[in-house]
Design a protein. Structure first.
Length: 142
């Protein structure tokens, strides 16, 4: 089982959400990375679609969660809603650069009606989006 986690949205170290602060108190930054795929605007937060053949990239961070509480992934699963009926996400292992297995929350719903986020960097993009700013400030707690 991997002790690495890829984050790309409200869990980034430079996105000041309650969830991010809690995660980064328990985890350590391993690397800033770019991952092939696309970000979509889900209204209040982003959805990441991993595509190893994509020509677009998503900026994020790989974190080491080996020193975190034993239930951290369960808490994050709840935050991401992976066990809900019709969940938007699943936690999946993906390869990222030199890391063969990294946990990532992948958006699994159809994207046809969604608008892509035109920047590969959510931390910069969300600052111009009032609904995303409100979610970062007041979103669910981890």
């Amino acid at each position: 089982m991997s002790s690495l986690l890829f984050v790309y949205g409200s869990l980034l170290s430079n996105v000041p959400s309650v969830q991010s602060r809690n995660l980064h108190q328990q985890a350590s930054l391993v690397a800033s990375v770019r991952v092939p795929g696309k970000l979509y605007n889900l209204g209040y937060y982003p959805g990441f679609v991993y595509d190893p053949n994509a020509t677009t990239w998503v900026k994020g961070e790989v974190l080491d969660i080996s020193g975190a509480s034993s239930d951290l992934l369960e808490i994050l699963d709840e935050y991401e809603g992976v066990h809900l009926p019709h969940s938007e996400y699943e936690r999946r292992l993906i390869p990222i650069d030199a890391f063969p297995e990294v946990w990532a929350y992948i958006f699994i719903q159809p994207t046809d009606a969604l608008l892509p986020i035109p920047s590969e960097d959510y931390a910069d993009w969300y600052l111009s989006q009032p609904a995303h700013i409100a979610f970062v400030r007041n979103g669910r707690t981890v």
